[in-house]
Design a protein around this ligand. Structure first.
Ligand SMILES: Nc1ncnc2c1ncn2[C@@H]1O[C@H](COP(=O)(O)OP(=O)(O)OP(=O)(O)O)[C@@H](O)[C@H]1O
Ligand SMILES: [Mg+2]
Length: 208
């Protein structure tokens, strides 16, 4: 495959595409997520690259799939049946994962950025893998080194009803994933598996 120069092209997201997107630290990459399964695959591919100290911001409108993405990251690093509630009300949930402690924040209800310290932010960013929904609430506390992911409905998709106006539900499942890394290198992914089947095998192998 030749190097893709047009970083704004919407390519379908598989493990190899996510790995490729993560390998660029200055370009914005956009991947198409056809349905929730594609979101899970992309999240699992990202999960394999994470280690303590990594901060992943999950932006996007209500119902875009931020928690769905985070859940798939967490299940990849714990177990497939791990209970992963949305931190909508608790604001933070923590997990012990195969890659280290993981903190999942949902900052929608934060009134002031400083409140994040009451949620254990300092410990999270110094020793954990950090996933943050509604990262705009961090304001000036937003870490310089971070991976920014934005999930949004693809054209025609409607996250409120789960359907596209007038047509099939599947259309309402399409999302766009925009990936941007800030603050230097360090997001180099493991070699991409050559197929989804290979990826499943590689992924389950992590937890043995
Ligand atoms: N391609 C997709 N990726 C992710 N979720 C999808 C997709 N297609 C449909 N969905 C559905 O969209 C909903 C997304 O909900 P989710 O809680 O993940 O959104 P959110 O961005 O975390 O919302 P909030 O802003 O309220 O935290 C889920 O019901 C999920 O099943
Ligand atoms: Mg959410």
């Amino acid at each position: 495959m030749t190097e893709r120069k047009d970083a704004s092209a919407n390519v379908p997201a598989g493990p190899a595409e996510v790995a490729h997107a993560l390998s660029g630290t200055s370009e914005t990459r956009r991947l198409a997520l056809a349905d929730e399964a594609a979101t899970t695959v992309a999240a699992a591919a990202l999960a394999r690259t994470l280690r303590p100290g990594d901060v992943v911001l999950l932006a996007g409108p209500l119902g875009a799939g931020k928690t769905t993405f985070a859940r798939a990251v967490i299940r990849t690093l714990t177990s497939a049946d791990e209970e992963v509630p949305s931190p909508t009300f608790t604001l933070v949930q923590t997990y012990e994962t195969t890659a280290g402690p993981l903190w999942h924040f949902d900052l929608y209800r934060l009134c002031d950025p400083e409140e994040v310290f009451e949620l254990g932010w300092e410990d999270a960013v110094t020793g954990g893998i950090v996933l943050v929904e509604w990262p705009d609430r961090l304001g000036r506390l937003c870490p310089a080194r971070r991976l920014e992911l934005t999930l949004e409905p693809a054209a025609g998709a409607d996250t409120e009803t789960g359907t596209e106006t007038g047509t099939e539900t599947e259309e309402g499942s399409r999302r766009l994933l925009t990936i941007q890394a800030f603050g230097g290198a360090g997001w180099a992914p493991p070699p991409p598996p050559s197929s989804l089947a290979d990826y499943s095998a590689a992924s389950s192998g992590r937890h043995q």
